[in-house]
Design a protein around this ligand. Structure first.
Ligand SMILES: CC(C)(COP(=O)(O)OP(=O)(O)OC[C@H]1O[C@@H](n2cnc3c(N)ncnc32)[C@H](O)[C@@H]1OP(=O)(O)O)[C@@H](O)C(=O)NCCC(=O)NCCS
Length: 176
């Protein structure tokens, strides 16, 4: 199953993405709002995170997509829906490897991934994104794709994350 956008291919992750994922999570800028301590991850910890990513697909039948740059075939990030146990809703998350920030890849991939998600789940009333109040880059992506801060807060690890959300009908009228 592959989703294509103008510049990206979104595909299910494979074992061969482990190297890319470990390198991405070793970058301090990328890890800052993703890890429990805000620090870059060791290969061992990132590998466990990678196993969770693959495992989510096995258990739920969907998950973060690997993003491939269509021009080069290189993996540039991961974007997509996920709902681990205890999550407050179906989330669309986004992480782009540091060399590819600022190219609107997150926005481009999130629009395609959320369209796919609403198509897969016809009864889904809204999609959410859990965002640290200081993560300005992620808030910008959320705003660009029409999500709003719902005012709800979700606590996880030591983090208090704002729940950003887009309602189904509003989303589909704009991007569907
Ligand atoms: C959040 C993250 C995915 C954003 O990636 P990105 O590649 O910068 O995102 P985009 O390029 O799609 O940026 C969206 C908007 O931000 C703005 N923007 C991003 N980088 C910019 C830059 N260097 N200069 C000016 N504007 C910029 C643009 O307005 C862009 O809008 P556009 O799509 O209309 O061009 C990236 O910073 C990241 O991976 N962070 C670490 C992981 C993380 O925190 N994930 C989110 C957890 S909630």
């Amino acid at each position: 199953m592959i989703i294509e956008t103008e510049r990206l291919k979104l595909r299910r992750p494979t074992a061969s993405d482990a190297e890319f994922y470990c390198a991405m999570m070793a970058d301090p800028d990328v890890a800052r709002f993703l890890t429990p301590d805000g620090k870059p991850q060791s290969r061992a910890d990132a590998w466990r995170g990678f196993a969770t990513w693959i495992g989510h697909w096995e258990i739920r039948g969907f998950g973060f997509f690997t993003l491939e740059d269509k021009a080069t075939g290189a993996p540039v990030g991961r974007v997509g829906p996920w709902r681990p146990e205890g999550w407050p809703g179906l989330e669309c998350g986004w992480t782009i490897a540091r060399p590819y920030w600022g190219k609107s890849y997150a926005r481009e991939a999130a629009i395609a991934a959320i369209n796919w998600t609403f198509g897969q789940f016809p009864d889904l009333p809204r999609i959410i994104s859990l965002i640290d109040p200081e993560n300005a880059n992620s808030q910008t992506v959320a705003r660009k794709i029409g999500e709003e801060d719902s005012g709800e807060v979700f606590e996880f690890w030591e983090l208090k994350l704002d729940v950003w959300a887009a309602e189904r009908s509003q989303w589909l009228s704009r991007f569907g």
